[in-house]
Design a protein around this ligand. Structure first.
Ligand SMILES: C[S@@+](CC[C@H](N)C(=O)[O-])C[C@H]1O[C@@H](n2cnc3c(N)ncnc32)[C@H](O)[C@@H]1O
Ligand code: SF4
Length: 458
């Protein structure tokens, strides 16, 4: 599959990643503690009934220069310990706000680098969840891990404390790429690490890669992806490097390199896509790949995949997400609540028994519909106007009007070979996967006013 240069030029424009709808840069500051708390309590009545927690551990030992995450580089053990104490208080705060009959279906540890925490701290936090909440059978408990901090003993204790999914940030296997971005490599070879993790039980392993970094070429990235396949992970995420130096100053350090341009980036992704699909992985959404027997692949087939800030998930396991820790974003049916990014402000709020929320967005009924439409396209490569209209009990024409739908735009995507539009159903073709963000954006009424900045689509 070769994507024509003309389409790359045309669609490489600023476009949201749609990890939420509306995107996070629509969230606004609002310090109305009572209103935020009320939104949270109200979520006890909305579906799904299961709950998920996201825990943000901002700490890392060293800053990777491409990093777009909310991090805090620190070797200060006291600061880290105090953060964990605050996080534990926040868990108790939620225990008091949430309906105790709701069960946890998912916990996601993200960062920063959660496995930068001393393992006793992870064990202590997990023990608190098991003590204070009920869980469904087989909940998903996932941790994003930096392999440079992962030892066999750490893996043993993670598994014992309940972690059953590990995502390892590899990024690239080439040392010159890693040096250029200021990143340490794994202490245990990844293949050996995965083999070891698999001896611990039914633990799912994902590997993260980023393309668009200095010194990456189709040849050496091909070798990286083949090495990844040989390590036999259950899933892989192949992220397009999001270059946003106006938000992340350290990314300026990469500008001295000849960074791959849009065409070169697509060549890297096309190659990865080809290798992974030929080796039997199923392409999931924008940038994920999973073995055919993985539940993400099964959910894609059943058109029941969805997405949140933590990645792709299946409807069976994901509840509304309550976020703990600095910068975490709670994702409720009717609202997004984002915690402060400031460690001191966070601690002060929690010590006072208040939610550390700094930014919010209250989602109205029309935005919920747009959110569902964008989710369908981004996750299931598919949109049925009749299905969505019937779910929300509206006419198809009303749905189209909410989306400010313009048939000409869809027809143009169709002419370019990116999708099929027939009988009020949109199906994104393989060729359209690369342009999924652009296709989704054409259903987003907010993009018509185009007032926010986003990273480029490709
Ligand atoms: C929180 S990190 C994962 C855990 C750990 N901190 C690590 O780096 O291994 C989340 C992932 O986001 C991806 N990432 C970070 N910055 C990015 C950027 N600017 N563009 C695209 N992906 C990025 C990386 O693949 C990284 O593994
Ligand atoms: S990529 Fe991971 S380890 Fe590197 S700075 Fe970002 S969060 Fe920390």
């Amino acid at each position: 599959m070769k994507i024509p240069e003309s389409l790359l030029q045309k669609y490489n424009v600023a476009t949201p990643r749609y990890t939420s709808y509306p995107p996070a840069n629509y969230f606004h500051e609002e310090f109305k503690a009572e209103k935020n708390k009320a939104a949270l309590i109200k979520s006890n009545q909305s579906h799904p009934k299961n709950i998920s927690f996201y825990l943000h551990i901002p700490f890392c030992g060293k800053l990777c220069h491409y990093c777009g995450c909310n991090t805090h580089i620190s070797k200060d053990n006291l600061l880290i310990k105090s953060y964990v104490e605050t996080l534990k208080k926040e868990i108790l705060l939620y225990k008091n706000l949430l309906d105790s009959s709701r069960k946890i279906s998912q916990i996601h540890w993200g960062g920063g680098t959660p496995n930068y925490l001393p393992i006793e701290e992870v064990e202590g936090i997990m023990a608190m969840f098991f003590e204070h909440f009920e869980f469904i059978q087989n909940p998903e408990i996932a941790m994003e891990c930096h392999p440079a901090h992962l030892t066999f003993d750490y893996v043993d204790r993670l598994v014992k404390s309940g972690i059953n999914r590990m995502s390892l940030g590899v990024q690239d296997f080439e040392s010159n790429v890693m040096n250029a971005v200021n990143r340490d490599e794994s202490i245990i070879p990844i293949e050996e690490l995965i083999r070891y993790i698999k001896t611990k039980g039914d633990i799912s392993v994902n590997l993260d890669f980023v393309y668009g970094l200095p010194f990456q070429t189709p040849e050496n990235f091909n070798s990286t992806i083949n090495k990844a396949v040989a390590a036999n992970p259950d899933r892989l995420a192949i992220f397009s490097y999001a270059h946003v130096p106006w938000l992340k100053k350290s990314q300026n350090k990469l500008e001295k390199y000849d960074l791959p341009d849009a065409e070169q980036k697509i060549a890297l992704f096309e190659m990865a896509f080809k290798v992974l699909t030929e080796k039997g992985y199923v392409a999931i959404g924008l940038d994920h790949f999973a073995k055919p027997e993985d539940e993400l692949s099964i959910a894609l087939n059943a058109k029941s995949l969805h997405r949140n800030f933590q990645g792709y998930c299946t409807r069976d396991t994901t509840g509304q997400v309550y976020a703990l820790g600095v910068s975490g974003i709670s994702q409720l049916d009717n609202a997004y609540l984002q915690n402060t990014k400031d460690l001191k402000v966070y601690k002060k709020a929690i010590d006072a028994g208040e939610l550390p929320v700094e930014k919010v967005y209250f989602v109205n009924e029309e935005e919920k519909i747009v959110r569902e439409v964008i989710n369908e396209l981004m996750c299931n490569n598919y949109l049925s106007f009749p299905k969505i209209a019937s779910k929300y009990n509206i006419e198809i024409e009303e749905l189209k009007s909410i989306l400010t739908f313009e048939e000409d735009i869809i027809k143009e995507f169709e002419k370019e070979g990116l999708l099929i539009y027939k009988d009020n159903i949109v199906e994104i073709k393989d060729e359209g996967q690369f342009f999924m963000r652009n296709i989704a954006a054409s259903f987003d009424p907010k993009m018509k006013s185009n007032e926010k900045s986003f990273s480029k689509a490709l």
